[in-house]
Design a protein around this ligand. Sequence first.
Ligand SMILES: Cc1cc2nc3c(=O)[nH]c(=O)nc-3n(C[C@H](O)[C@H](O)[C@H](O)COP(=O)(O)O)c2cc1C
Length: 115
Amino acid sequence: MAVLFSPFTLRDVTFKNRIALSPMSQYRAVDGHANDWHRVHLGRFALGGAGLVYVEATGVEAVGRRTHGDLGLWTDAQIEGLRPIADFISREGSVPGIQLGHAGRKASEHRPWHG
Ligand SMILES: Cc1cc2nc3c(=O)[nH]c(=O)nc-3n(C[C@H](O)[C@H](O)[C@H](O)COP(=O)(O)O)c2cc1C
């Protein structure tokens, strides 16, 4: 218990505890842009006290997204949706993280429930 809630420093980043939210694809982005869904989804884990809040797998190019509903970061315009999320998480004392990815041959699928 004591270790779980103790700070952890990695290079120049200090996490207030050892609790990390895994990246979880939400399939709710439109053209790769973050929206209210992502703000609330991720913001609540910062409010809950996680030391590290990971943004879901985020495509580095459009065709590299796992599904069409994934977040992306292949154009500067997509920074605008992510910046307030990172700022909010930081203000609440957590560390924002992001999982950048390219799904390779598994990329560009429909959302799971669309087959
Ligand atoms: C809804 C959902 C979405 C997920 N999306 C991602 C993802 O974007 N990237 C990833 O690496 N893992 C993803 N995972 C896997 C989780 O990050 C995590 O590895 C998995 O839930 C096992 O975690 P645990 O070993 O702590 O139980 C997802 C899991 C769930 C439940």
